[in-house]
Write a protein that binds this ligand. Structure first.
Ligand SMILES: Cc1cc2nc3c(=O)[nH]c(=O)nc-3n(C[C@H](O)[C@H](O)[C@H](O)COP(=O)(O)O)c2cc1C
Length: 362
């Protein structure tokens, strides 16, 4: 992401030396605890009983930008070394792109110079860098009282029940507040795995205590920035805010969220708008749902083409693949949200400092 205040660059390849992130624009004085950063990376490994046999030991190495437990304001570089890498199989399949993966498009884009091992720079492993960047953004947002929580809304055909916001926010479960639904979701994933297949799903993310006034129209639209951040996550194929696609079926009288007074504050009665009006936060929780496709790498034989020979082939994959990436994506979605909100908080605070001198008109 190249924001006006905050930028980050993900680097590395799945089977290279390391993956990581370079973050610029995080202000000085943000406290950093290596243990809680490790915990975030641990969560990105997904539900233990479902994850791939590749158990990366994700130990973040902070190379720069943090001194004695606080950010310094200088660029932050963090890397996670790759271990447990077995690449020889990818030599066998390098000319036969996996359907649904980036193997084919990457080869075209990089004229065949791309590192194709394990998906290379396109691997979901790169999301470790995103989670690290998100960690710093979240520490910044904590100071503003903003909280972000994502959870699994759906796996295949199994949905989480409709839950009160409070129940979602207070749940200690790292993946889904509806424990019964989660059990069924895990079974759905196992079912796909047992048949050599994969399954997709939906992650819902909720950001609370977001002040009104973040974002703007057109170029500054926070909804567009969030959607863009979500679509950059590999395997994301759909994003909706608030009532989302259901709004297309409603009348204006049903869709509009009435403004009301609650405890001396202006709020809306419902939240069909998902916390954003005119590209600007309304002060209501930001609610977005992000749809992930099923993991492209599956064990069921699939049709592909040998690019070198120009002949159709059947590819039958071996190796270690997750039957579902959705649990791993939960902290990834939170991180993408945190980075966009941090960018807009930094912009807003810089205006606030100026306007404070003249005073607001309302
Ligand atoms: C956290 C995470 C883990 C992933 N793990 C895998 C995996 O093990 N196998 C796989 O084929 N795809 C995996 N993917 C998805 C691919 O990276 C992705 O589908 C591929 O890069 C093509 O991009 P696209 O689906 O956005 O078009 C993962 C994605 C994420 C977000």
């Amino acid at each position: 992401m190249k924001g006006r205040m905050l930028t980050y660059t993900l680097f590395g390849e799945s089977h290279g030396e390391a993956v990581g992130v370079l973050i610029e624009g995080i202000p000085p004085g943000i406290s950093v605890a290596l243990d809680s950063l490790k915990e975030e990376l641990e969560r990105r490994k997904g539900i233990p009983e479902l994850s791939t046999a590749r158990r990366e030991e994700d130990i973040p190495q902070i190379i720069s930008g943090v001194f004695r437990g606080y950010t310094t304001g200088a660029p932050i570089l963090v890397l996670v070394k790759n271990r447990d890498v077995g690449s020889s199989y990818y030599e066998e399949i390098k000319d036969t792109p996996r359907p649904g993966h980036a193997d084919y498009t990457a080869r075209i884009k990089y004229f065949g110079y791309n590192d194709y091992r394990g998906g290379g720079h396109f691997s979901g492993r790169l999301t470790a860098g995103l989670v690290i960047a998100g960690y710093f953004a979240r520490r910044l947002l904590e100071r503003e009282g903003i909280k972000i929580k994502a959870y699994i809304k759906k796996i295949g055909r199994i949905s989480c029940g409709e839950l009160e916001l409070e129940k979602i926010l207070s749940s200690k479960n790292a993946y889904c507040p509806d424990e019964l639904a989660l059990k069924n979701m895990i079974n759905e994933i196992k079912d796909a795995r047992n048949s050599g297949d994969s399954v997709g799903g939906i992650v819902e993310v909720i950001a609370t205590n977001v002040p009104p006034g973040l974002g703007g129209p057109w170029d500054e639209d926070i909804e567009a920035d969030l959607a863009s951040a979500y679509f950059r996550i590999p395997a994301v194929k759909g994003v909706e805010f608030g009532a989302g696609f259901k709004l297309a079926e409603l009348r204006g009288s049903e869709a509009n969220d009435a403004f009301i007074m609650r405890d001396g504050k202006i709020v809306t009665e419902g939240n069909n708008h998902g916390g954003v009006l005119g590209g600007i936060t309304s002060g209501m929780p930001i609610v977005a749902r992000i749809a992930f496709k099923p993991t492209p790498s599956i064990y069921i034989p699939q049709r592909t083409v040998n690019i070198r020979e120009g002949k159709e082939k059947i590819i039958k994959l071996r190796g270690r693949f997750d039957p579902c990436i959705v649990p791993k994506a939960v902290p990834v979605v939170e991180s993408a949200t945190a980075l966009v909100l941090a960018e807009h908080i930094l912009r807003r605070n810089s205006w606030k400092n100026v306007v404070r001198r003249t005073g607001p008109k309302v």
